[in-house]
Design a protein. Structure first.
Length: 85
């Protein structure tokens, strides 16, 4: 199975987790997904009152410069840890 297939499979597996991961883990999943599918963060940082949007933007921005393949590998590895294999 190639990396793209493992990435898509991980996306399916993460949707079936028995309980929601912590907020930090959700932000990490979000950032890795966006870096994998879009690349470096785009747009302006949300305003101070948009706490959720700002946290998501900052998590994604922290991955700036990470190659898409590396981000996919990290996403798959994180989902594997969350699902226990």
């Amino acid at each position: 199975m190639d990396l793209e297939e493992r990435f898509r499979e991980a996306q399916d597996r993460v949707k079936k987790l028995p309980s929601a991961p912590s907020n930090d883990t959700l932000l990490e999943l979000y950032a890795l997904y966006k870096q994998s599918t879009i690349g470096d963060v785009q747009g302006a940082r949300p305003g101070m009152m948009d706490f959720k949007g700002r946290a998501k933007f900052d998590a994604w921005a922290a991955r700036k410069g990470t190659p898409k393949d590396k981000a996919m590998e990290s996403y798959v590895a994180l989902v594997t840890r969350l699902t226990g294999g």
